[in-house]
Design a protein around this ligand. Sequence first.
Ligand code: NAP
Length: 248
Amino acid sequence: MGIGEAFAREFAARGHNLVLVARSEAKLYALAEELRRERGIRVEVCVEDLSHVDAPVSVYEFCCQHHIKIDFLVNCAGLSQAGYFDDIPMGKLDDIMMVNMMAMATLTRLFLPGMVSRRQGNIINIASLGGLQGVPGLGLYSASKAFVITLSESLFMELQDKGVHVIVVCPGFIATGFFDHAGHNVKKIRLPLSGVDVVVHAAMRGLKNNRMRIFPTLLDAILVFSQRLASRKTVVRLASYFAAVNDE
Ligand SMILES: NC(=O)c1ccc[n+]([C@@H]2O[C@H](COP(=O)([O-])OP(=O)(O)OC[C@H]3O[C@@H](n4cnc5c(N)ncnc54)[C@H](OP(=O)(O)O)[C@@H]3O)[C@@H](O)[C@H]2O)c1
C-alpha cells in the first residue's frame, strides 16, 4: 500500500523484477498480477508479518530459494500509533519497534553481504521528518525514525567505497492510509499533504545524485533548515503544532 506500492510501480516501470513483501496477501497478489501483465516483469510475492522476529530471515530465505539477487532494497513498511505514549497498548509498542527498526536493520544486515560481494546495491530507507526531533503524540514513532536516519547515515559512509548506496528519505505528511492506520485524524494536520510520487521521485533523484538524506519537498527542506535557527524546545513545540495529534 501507500508509498511502498508507489515504489513498486516505479521500479516496475523501469523494468525491474520485484519481490513484494507485506501482510495483505490479496492486495499483494493483485498488484503483482497487474504489474506482470502491464510491465512484463517477474513479480514474486512474499507474505510476511515483519513484526515477527524471524520474518526478515524468511524474506531473505525466500529470495535465496528463488535465486533472486536484490539490487534495490526498499525498507518502507512502517506504522505508528497516535496518542500519548503511556496510552499505547503494549502489543502496539512491540509492533512499532519491530517493524520500524528491527525489520529494517535485520533486512539490511541480511541483504548487504550479497550487495557488497557484487559491489552493486542500493538501499532506500524510509524514515520521516518526524525522526529529526521528538513529536509529542508520536513519540515512539519519531524515535523509531531517528533510529532509521542515524543507522542509514552511518551505512552511507561505511559503504561508500563498496559499491552500495544507502539513502534515507524523510518525507513530511503524505496522503496514504497511514494516518487512519495510526488513529491520527488527518484533518487536524497543519501542513499540506503530498502525493506518494513526490517521495518516490525524490528517492530516485537522490540515488542518482549520490545523496545521503532526502527531503522530498521544498517545504520539507525549509522546515529542516529552520531547525538550525530555533531552540530545540521550539522545534519540538512546532512539530507538535504541525502534527496536532493530541489537540482536542
Ligand atoms: N504517510 C506519511 O505521511 C508518511 C510520512 C513520513 C514517513 N512515512 C513512512 O513511509 C512508510 C510507508 O508508509 P505509508 O504512508 O505508505 O503507510 P501505509 O499506507 O499505512 O502503508 C504501510 C505499509 O507497511 C506495511 N506494513 C505495516 N505493518 C507491517 C507488518 N507488520 N509486516 C509487513 N508489512 C507491514 C503495510 O502492508 P500490510 O498492512 O499489508 O502489512 C503497508 O504496505 C512508513 O515507514 C512510514 O513511517 C509515511
